[in-house]
Design a protein around this ligand. Sequence first.
Ligand SMILES: [Zn+2]
Length: 189
Amino acid sequence: MRCPFCQFRDSKVTDSRANDEGIRRRRECISCGERFTTVEAVQFSTVQILKRDGRREEFSREKILRGLRAACAKRNISVAQLEVIVGDIEARVTGDGRPEVPAQVVGELAMDALRRLDHIAYIRFASVYRSFTDIESLKEAVEALEQGRIPTAEERDLQLSLPEVPEPEYRGPRLVQGAEARRLAESVS
Ligand SMILES: [Zn+2]
């Protein structure tokens, strides 16, 4: 959410309350200090994940979390850290209103995140996800990791492999001003 006054891209939240419309946040621009209010509607993800065999299934936080937890077993990684990763993946996948996203994109995003977090967990996840069938492909993955020559999802420009969508509806924080802002302020005070 950019500051509506100076367009700076970061603000701090000074107050946050939920009401019927969603979550209302008071924000203060870190650059110019102006204050503004945003409302975020609670969004249930309805994006469909397109699997390799052509079937579709609803995006599931739990399913991704299960996969990550299995990969991170006995590593020093908290569920909270994994929740952050899942939240990031969900935001990337559902953020712009695409109706469907290839499962590959979800898998690659998860691998990217694990690679930054824990190399053992990454190799475990990759071995399941990429279905290493022999010791050679495992060795290759470990060597690529050691030599730092695995491009990130961004570098591989995964966005390009996402299907085009017609004019996505706006789902991010929305600036409220004027009468609506006054009404909201009254409704929570
Ligand atoms: Zn500002």
